[in-house]
Design a binder for this molecule. Structure first.
Ligand code: COA
Length: 309
């Protein structure tokens, strides 16, 4: 555990408290990544990080000038995911980010590290130097909820049609753990606690082929697929399409407003990228997934949450 003064004179890296939230939010918003939203109660996201993850701030001259977070994914292949790394734009490029990331790596004892890096060359530089290799783009996609389901190859589901149902977060994370060796139990609880949030499974003949978490949009109408894991022996294109058009994902609102969208992230190498782009999805932005172990995450079997993996 680190608490206190880092080697560089002038910076103090320390654990955050709730008293820092207003300043953290100001720094996040100044970097166009606010942590609060009109449809979210209070500091939902920061409260989760404070309770279940590592959340550090950097102080200079007694003022908080940056913050960083890391959340552990447990299981057979444990790893820490850098959730946040943001510095006050007034002091970008002065070493604050480097000290925050070093502080996280001292605070969190994990054998592997992952993150979704922004395109900021300073961010990528810090992650690569810290041992995380840039592996693939994380594409942010947006799909009008009113679009009908596209046709999928007739032989995609020989055993029957897929259906979906709500699961308790613990059951969803247990299924994913059995498939991938990665334990997102803490994250599933948080995803399901978000407004309109629930964990769900897509099943064929009673057998789960995908599990995930979905919720309402933070700002406008629509749904956000926070995370999805696809079974190892399942066609990843068919499973993704089944999830995107499932009742569980689209449960509210029943009659979507014309402008309502379903948003989600997809790894660039996921085999469904071309299919969804041909069928109404639009790319709104992209980051770069970085990991210290290139085999930790199978990009064909996941819809990653940029904040939690
Ligand atoms: C990314 C960010 C957190 C980095 O923090 P920072 O305090 O600005 O960065 P630092 O000064 O600690 O370190 C940046 C390093 O990158 C180096 N660098 C800058 N531009 C570079 C480039 N184009 N290529 C290689 N290295 C570069 C700097 O020289 C510095 O290294 P040094 O200290 O050894 O000289 C901060 O700039 C930020 O908040 N950016 C906007 C938000 C964002 O994108 N956050 C990342 C979310 S994933």
């Amino acid at each position: 555990m680190i608490v206190g003064v880092m080697s560089d004179p002038g910076f103090r890296i320390r654990p955050a408290s709730r008293d820092d939230f207003a300043t953290i939010e100001r720094i996040a918003a100044a970097n166009d990544e606010p942590t609060t939203a009109p449809r979210w109660p209070g500091y939902l996201y920061l409260d989760h990080l404070l309770a279940e993850a590592a959340l550090l701030v950097a102080e200079r001259g007694g003022a908080v000038v940056g913050y960083a977070g890391a959340a552990v994914v447990g299981g057979r292949h444990p790893a820490a995911h850098v959730t946040d790394l943001f510095v006050d734009p007034a002091v970008h490029g002065q070493g604050v980010g480097k000290h925050l990331l070093r502080g996280l790596q001292l605070e969190v004892d994990a054998p592997a590290w992952t993150t979704s890096s922004s395109a900021d060359p300073r961010a990528l530089t810090l992650y690569v130097r810290a041992g995380m290799q840039p592996l693939w783009p994380v594409l942010y996609l947006d799909l009008p909820l009113g679009l009908p389901a596209p046709d999928i190859r007739g032989d995609a589901w020989p055993g029957g049609r897929p259906s979906s149902r709500q699961l308790d977060p613990g059951s969803a994370s247990a299924i994913e753990l059995a498939w991938s060796g990665r334990d997102f139990a803490v994250q599933y609880r948080h995803w399901a606690s978000r407004p309109g949030g629930l964990a769900f499974a897509v099943e064929v003949d009673g057998r789960p082929v995908a599990v995930g978490a979905v919720r309402d949009g933070r700002i406008g109408p629509g749904r956000v697929l926070d995370h999805l894991a696809i079974a190892p022996d399942t066609d990843p294109v068919a499973a993704l399409v089944a999830a995107l058009w499932s009742t569980a994902v689209r449960i509210s609102p029943p009659e979507p407003a014309p402008e309502a969208r379903l948003t989600f992230a997809l790894p660039g190498p996921h085999p469904a990228v071309a299919f969804v782009l041909r069928n109404g999805c639009r790319i709104t932005d992209h980051d770069t997934f970085c990991a210290s172990d290139p085999d930790l995450v199978d990009p064909a079997r996941t819809v990653p949450d940029p904040s939690f993996g």
